[in-house]
Design a protein around this ligand. Structure first.
Ligand SMILES: Nc1ncnc2c1ncn2[C@@H]1O[C@H](COP(=O)(O)OP(=O)(O)OP(=O)(O)O)[C@@H](O)[C@H]1O
Ligand SMILES: [Mg+2]
Length: 362
C-alpha cells in the first residue's frame, strides 16, 4: 500500500535521462557527471502535433494530458532524433495529476510519522487508499499556544493508475523508469536549490500555471491554475479572428510591450496575466494564514515557456511589488558550447527536467 514516489530508488548509471511529459510537449535531457557541475550532453523538446489547432476544443476541459500512446510515440521519436544513449530515466509528474494537502501533527519519530500518514491519508485522499501511492515531506514546524512543537507535512498522493501509465509509456519507449517526482519539487531544486530567500516560482506552461512558494530552498506551498500560455494564444485568436497558429506567432513576436503597435495585443492578453497574478496573491495569502511564522515572499522567478513572453517580468514586478527574474536553470550545468546561443530561450522551458536531473546530484 505504501509506495513512496521514489518507488524504485535504485542507483542509476553514470549517464541518465530526465523526462518531462507536459500537456503539449515532451522534453528530455541526458546528463552525466561533468568536471565541476553536472553536464547536459544532449537535450530535446518535441511539441505534440496540432495542439494549437485543437486549442479551442482542448481548452474546455481541465485535465489535459497528452494521451498515453501519443506520449510514448513522442518519447520514442525524441530518443531517435536526439540519439541519446542512456536508458535509465527519471520522470516528473504534473501537479494537477496528484493530490496534495498540508496536515499538522505534534513532532514525532520517523516511524510514527509513517503510520500516522497512512492513517490520515485515508481521511484526506478522495480515492481508496489501495488505489494511490503516497509520499510526504515536512514543510514547516512551529510551537502551538500550549508551547508544544508541531510539524506541518505535505501529503502527496498519486493515483496508482497514473503511475502505471508512466510505467507503460516508458516501457513502450524502451526506457527504465527509475523514479517519479512531483514537478514542483524538481522546479524548486532547479531554481531555488542554493538560495534560502523566500521565493515565489511561477511556472507558466501551456495549459497550466504552477505556483510554488519556497523558503530555505524548500517547497512550502503549491497551487495550480488553468490560466496559462494557451489562454493568451486563444484570447488573441478569438479577439482578432485569426487562426491559433498565427496567434501563437504574434504572441511570441510582440509580447505585452505596452506601448507602440503592440499595445492592442497587450490589452487582449493582460486580463489572463492578471488572473495568474490573482492566483499568486491568493497563494501568498493562504500560505500566510495556514502557516504560523511563514516568511513573507521576497522575490519571484518566472519559468515555463510563458516566461519568454516579452515584458512579462516587468509586468509581474509592478503588479506583485517584488523583484522578478527569469529562470536560468542551465547555469547549474555544464553543456556543449554550441548550445550557448540557445540557452536564454531554452532556460524557462527546461526548469522541470533540469531540476529533475539534479536530483541524482543532490
Ligand atoms: N516567446 C514566447 N512568448 C510567449 N509565450 C511563449 C514563448 N515561447 C513559448 N511560449 C509559450 O510557452 C508555452 C509552453 O511552455 P512550456 O514548454 O513550459 O509548456 P509545457 O511544459 O509543455 O506545458 P505544461 O507545463 O502546461 O504541461 C506555450 O503556451 C507557448 O506559447
Ligand atoms: Mg511544464
Amino acid at each position: 500500500m505504501l509506495n513512496p514516489l521514489g518507488f524504485l530508488k535504485q542507483k542509476i548509471s553514470p549517464s541518465y535521462l530526465a523526462v518531462d511529459i507536459g500537456t503539449t510537449s515532451v522534453k528530455l535531457v541526458e546528463v552525466r557527471r561533468g568536471k565541476q557541475l553536472p553536464e547536459v550532453t544532449n537535450y530535446g523538446i518535441l511539441e505534440s502535433s496540432g495542439h494549437l489547432l485543437r486549442a479551442n476544443k482542448v481548452l474546455q476541459t481541465s485535465n489535459l494530458k497528452i494521451f498515453e500512446d501519443e506520449a510514448a510515440e513522442l518519447l520514442k521519436l525524441l530518443i531517435r532524433e536526439t540519439k541519446v544513449q542512456a536508458r535509465d530515466a527519471l520522470a516528473s509528474l504534473a501537479s494537477f495529476s496528484v493530490f496534495m494537502t498540508v496536515l499538522d501533527f505534534p513532532e514525532m519519530e520517523g516511524g510514527e510519522v509513517e503510520k500516522t500518514m497512512v492513517f490520515q491519508a485515508r481521511q484526506y485522499i478522495p480515492l481508496p487508499i489501495s488505489e494511490v501511492a503516497i509520499d510526504w515531506l515536512k514543510v514547516g514546524e512551529f510551537e502551538d499556544q500550549k508551547g508544544q512543537r508541531r510539524q506541518q507535512i505535505l501529503l502527496i498522493s498519486v493515483p496508482q493508475e497514473q503511475i502505471k501509465k508512466y510505467q507503460k509509456i516508458f516501457l513502450a519507449a524502451g526506457l527504465r523508469l527509475s523514479a517519479l517526482e512531483l514537478e514542483s519539487l524538481s522546479v524548486v531544486r532547479a531554481l531555488a536549490g542554493n538560495d534560502p530567500t523566500p521565493t515565489i516560482i511561477i511556472d507558466i506552461g501551456s495549459r497550466s500555471t504552477n505556483i510554488s512558494l519556497t523558503e530555505k530552498s524548500q517547497l512550502k506551498f503549491n497551487v495550480q491554475t488553468d490560466f496559462a500560455g494557451a489562454s493568451l494564444t486563444q484570447a488573441l485568436a478569438t479577439s482578432l479572428s485569426i487562426n491559433p497558429l498565427r496567434a501563437e506567432e504574434l504572441k511570441k513576436e510582440r509580447g505585452i510591450l505596452t506601448t507602440g503597435p503592440s499595445y492592442e495585443l497587450s490589452t487582449i492578453m493582460l486580463p489572463f496575466l492578471d488572473a495568474i497574478i490573482n492566483e499568486v496573491k491568493k497563494a501568498q495569502f493562504s500560505y500566510q494564514s495556514q502557516f504560523p511564522g511563514a516568511a513573507k515572499m521576497e522575490r519571484v522567478i518566472v519559468t515555463g515557456g510563458g516566461a519568454n513572453l516579452l515584458g512579462v517580468e516587468k509586468y509581474f514586478q509592478t503588479e506583485l511589488g517584488l523583484p522578478v527574474v527569469k529562470a536560468a536553470p542551465f547555469s547549474r550545468f555544464e553543456y556543449p558550447a554550441v548550445m550557448e546561443p540557445l540557452v536564454p530561450e531554452l532556460n524557462p522551458h527546461m526548469s522541470v527536467v533540469l531540476g529533475l536531473a539534479l536530483r541524482e546530484f543532490a
